[in-house]
Design a protein around this ligand. Structure first.
Ligand code: ATP
Ligand code: MG
Length: 467
């Protein structure tokens, strides 16, 4: 009987099994009338997960960024759940549940509905690793993270006070261990614990600080901000793939321009992100590049804020375009033909960027497609326009070309022509092609074959205009 009871306790409360108690305080309980979370903003699936776990006798809460966003009145883009059930115990309760990760083991519970499948990320309360020997590198960076703990410990190891609140949909109560709610009211982003130590544990928290400040419009508390100037270089030790993920989140936050300004103000952009170096350089020479990237980011932010999707390949293609144009132009002045000059410039641009943060391969191929489509927009006779429209990435290439038109780097009439061409019926398309010969310098429109006979290399569209 006693053994059975002990077994039950061990199963229900995994922290007893793994860590000794650590006094991390008592949470403040915040009732509905104070937090005013609109239940309509909750994901039904997230609530299903907390309900199922609670019915099985475990503790379960919506946690992290979702609670922060709910309190701000924003619909969270994803929902995380924290529980005292171990990953194995969670997995047993759901049909579509998968164990993910090694360093930080979590369970993905997937729900299939009308639209995209929704994944609810379920993590087990983690222990607070203070001086945990082999869990921590010499620099203070945490290497392993699978020691279960109490909810209080779990709260203490989160990054910012506003990211460490736990919401129980059943009782509609928030548990707040670190004054997150007060910071929400004060619009302050405050690191839990000693900021220097927390940045040393995980330097990516510096990038997260900038991202959340941009997203929420909150001010970084002075003690949270101060160490960043000195510790920025620790980001060099972080694996490139992690930096890439974080920068991608930053660029896709819907507040990318503000976040990039934030990086500059915090001195975090140098070296780490060569592509941002010149974007953030305010010199007269960089003005064109700045204008292009600024417009691209403003467009991206607008799309994301209105719930539209944005491709990361497209985004990186725009960020690197000013560099690419410079290299392309330089190759042409060295005597290379237009298209080989472009392809060579693409290789150079990607290689230079990779010396800082490597852009993942799957995005790289999108970027190359978007770029190599650009000269093809200038050929507007015969089969060329039809073939271009059939390219799988046509839409992205077209949007990219429109962006170039909007900054004046490409002739706006070209953008207008294509917009009409896409919408037109075949007769009007023929008329448009006929009219294209007289517009925008007819040499660029002549079929490649005919011109190649007259003059080698002249199948090139007009020279790229450097930004
Ligand atoms: P969003 O998903 O809107 O970008 P988020 O706060 O949900 O923001 P996630 O990266 O999804 O960010 O992380 C979920 C939660 O996990 C965070 O709110 C925070 O509590 C915790 N967390 C994530 N990364 C870290 C980190 N590097 N250090 C400490 N806690 C972290
Ligand atoms: Mg999240």
């Amino acid at each position: 009987m006693i053994t059975k009871f002990i077994k039950r306790i061990l199963r229900r409360d995994p922290m007893i099994k793994h860590t000794q108690a650590n006094n991390t305080g008592v949470p403040k309980r915040i009732p509905k009338k104070s937090h005013r979370i609109d239940p309509h903003l909750l994901s039904k699936n997230a609530v299903k997960v907390t309900d199922t776990l609670q019915e099985a006798g475990y503790e379960a809460f919506i946690v992290g960024g979702a609670v922060r966003d709910l309190v701000l009145g924003i619909g969270p883009k994803d929902f995380d759940v924290a529980t005292n059930a171990t990953p194995d115990q969670v997995q047993r309760l759901f049909r579509k549940a998968r164990l993910i990760g090694r360093r930080f083991q979590i369970v993905h519970v997937t729900f299939f509905g009308k639209g995209h499948p929704e994944i609810i990320e379920v993590s087990t309360f983690r222990a607070w690793l203070d001086n945990a020997g082999d869990h921590v590198a010499e620099s203070g960076r945490i290497l392993r993270d699978n020691v279960w703990g109490s909810q209080g410990e779990d709260a203490a190891r989160r990054d910012f006070t506003i990211n460490a609140m736990y919401y129980d949909p059943a009782s509609e109560t928030i548990l707040d261990y670190h004054g997150g709610m007060i910071d929400m009211q004060k619009k302050t982003l405050r690191m839990i614990g000693n900021p220097t130590k927390r940045y040393r544990e995980d330097p990516v928290r510096m990038l997260r600080a900038i991202r959340f400040a941009a997203k929420t419009g909150f001010t970084l508390d002075s003690e949270t901000r101060a160490p960043i100037a000195e510790l920025g270089e620790l980001l060099q030790d972080v694996p490139s793939a992690r930096i890439f993920d974080e920068i991608l989140k930053l660029l896709m936050s819907g507040y990318s321009w503000a976040a990039i300004q934030g990086l500059r103000n915090a001195g975090l952009h140098h070296g780490l992100l060569p592509l941002l170096d010149h974007i953030l350089d305010n010199s007269e020479a960089s003005k064109g590049a700045n204008d292009f990237v600024k417009l691209a980011l403003a467009n991206t932010d607008q799309r994301i804020q209105s719930g539209k999707s944005v491709s990361a390949g497209f985004l990186f293609a725009t960020l690197l375009w000013p560099d690419l144009l410079k290299n392309w132009k330089a190759n042409i002045s060295k005597g290379m033909a237009n298209i080989p000059a472009l392809h060579d410039a693409m290789d150079d641009t990607i290689a230079t960027q990779s010396s800082g943060m490597t852009i993942q391969r799957r995005f790289e191929s999108d970027m190359r497609e978007i770029w190599s489509m650009q000269p093809r927009f200038e050929k507007r006779v015969g089969r060329y326009p039809y073939r271009l429209i059939e390219s799988p990435r046509f839409r992205a290439g077209y949007d990219f070309m429109l962006l170039r038109c909007a900054t004046g780097e490409q002739n706006p009439a070209l953008g207008e022509w294509w917009t009409s061409f896409i919408a037109a019926d075949p007769t009007v398309q023929e008329e448009l092609m006929a009219s294209a010969k007289n517009e925008l310098g007819s040499a660029a429109n002549a079929p490649a074959k005919r011109r190649r006979r007259k003059k080698p290399k002249s199948d090139t569209p007009s020279e790229p205009t450097p930004v």
